[in-house]
Unconditional design. Structure first.
Length: 406
């Protein structure tokens, strides 16, 4: 019987490599390694001359995992039609124009598709290999580079890297956060697209001192989307698709006093929360447009907090600390939405309050009012100081009674 054992060494004799074949292909064609002993004539020989009888055909390389790295072939197009060489999974490796030859060699055989590199031998004028040039956001189709968005789904919060360039990131989880890379590290013109397909708010957060449209972060409600672009020191967005089911967005700003003029992007948030320790009176100027705002003043420090437009002499609203007000802007004036209403109630329950923040206070003086210092006690506060306390034992006036006789 026929054996394949070397009589001198006792080792198995490997099949010889096929040196040359001439292929004429009219359909997408798979190649096979000669070492597999296949009966197919379409073997990956050392030199393969190919004639494609029609355009747009694929020549498919064998499984990379079946041979060692360094395995190489020369593929030359001796026909008139351009054809494409792909890996075993169908991804483009080469686009071979008429008269051009490539030296194609294997650099990684750990997967079926493997990793390949090539050298252009060419004929006449050489041309670049589009598949080699394709980076993030690009894909090779034939001999040209074409725009491509890589669709990636996310389910848990994480920080993106520069490799997310041109990525279409789809959020599929509950409430979570995707943190952007540093704008300075990825440079100007880095961009990505985001869509919230999950079931909770998606926070998009920059790092360091970077901002998004001037804001510390931004939110995407369910079904909302936008494109974000780096300017090298921060982020700007466009193409914002707003959800019709969840129309409200929240803005959170840290303030320390002085005047803050909101940008159009900031003012588009109907729910606004302000925090921070004030060192002076705080003025927030909203754009001269018709808008409805819910403003929460969670700042610290004994200073006023005023919301207004830039119009001189227009109505303004003071928002006491620790309170939320519904405000209406008519394009010129800012009004407390509840200030003009009248109604009656059978009972009203307030928080206990304190000397610094009375439970019952006034728009014109947030430091004067009533609070509950202890059970069955009611105290009067004037300028954040105790003026009087009512209890079951009577009235206590710490500073005495002036202006009359008793």
């Amino acid at each position: 019987m026929t054996t394949y054992t070397n009589p001198f060494t006792g080792q198995t004799v490997s099949p010889s490599q096929v040196g040359y074949i001439n292929l004429s292909i009219s359909t997408n064609t798979n190649l096979y390694w000669p070492v597999n002993g296949t009966a197919s004539p379409n073997v990956a020989a050392n030199i393969i001359e190919v004639t494609a009888t029609v355009g747009s055909l694929n020549l498919i390389m064998p499984a990379a995992a079946q041979v060692s790295v360094g395995q190489a072939v020369i593929i030359r197009n001796v026909g008139s039609n351009t054809f494409t060489v792909t890996n075993n999974g169908g991804a483009t490796l080469l686009s071979v124009a008429s008269g051009v030859a490539y030296y194609l060699y294997l650099t990684d055989d750990s997967t079926v598709n493997g990793a390949w590199s090539s050298v252009t031998f060419g004929a006449g004028t050489s041309s670049a290999n589009a598949a080699t040039l394709a980076g993030y956001g690009l894909t090779a189709i034939g001999s040209t580079l074409n725009q491509s968005y890589s669709v990636t789904s996310y389910y848990t919060s994480l920080t993106l890297t520069d490799t997310a360039r041109a990525q279409f990131a789809i959020w599929q989880g509950g409430a979570g956060t995707l943190t952007l890379p540093s704008a300075s590290s990825v440079g100007a013109n880095w961009f990505a697209m985001f869509r919230n397909n999950g079931n909770g708010i998606l926070n998009i957060t920059p790092v360091g001192t970077d901002t998004i449209d001037g804001n510390a972060s931004t939110q995407l409600q369910i079904t909302e989307s936008f494109v974000i672009v780096s300017n090298g020191s921060g982020w700007n967005t466009f193409g914002y698709g707003q959800a019709t089911q969840f129309a409200f967005t929240q803005l959170s700003i840290v303030v320390t006093g002085g005047t803050l003029t909101e940008t159009a992007s900031q003012a588009s948030n109907l729910i606004q929360e302000f925090t921070g320790t004030l060192t002076s009176n705080q003025i927030v100027i909203v754009p001269p447009t018709v808008q409805l705002y819910t403003v929460t003043n969670n700042t610290l420090g004994s200073f006023s907090f005023t919301v207004k437009t830039s119009a001189i002499g227009a109505a303004v609203v003071n928002v006491p600390q620790g309170t939320s007000l519904l405000l209406i802007c008519d394009g010129t004036n800012v009004y407390n939405a509840a200030s003009g209403s009248s109604s009656s109630i059978t009972s009203l329950t307030l928080g206990n309050g304190s000397l610094s923040t009375p439970s019952l206070k006034f728009t014109g003086d947030a430091n004067t009012g009533l609070y509950l210092p202890a059970s069955s006690n009611l105290s009067v506060v004037v300028a954040n100081a105790l003026a009087a306390t009512f209890s079951s034992t009577g009235l206590a006036v710490p500073n005495g009674i002036g202006g009359g006789s008793f």
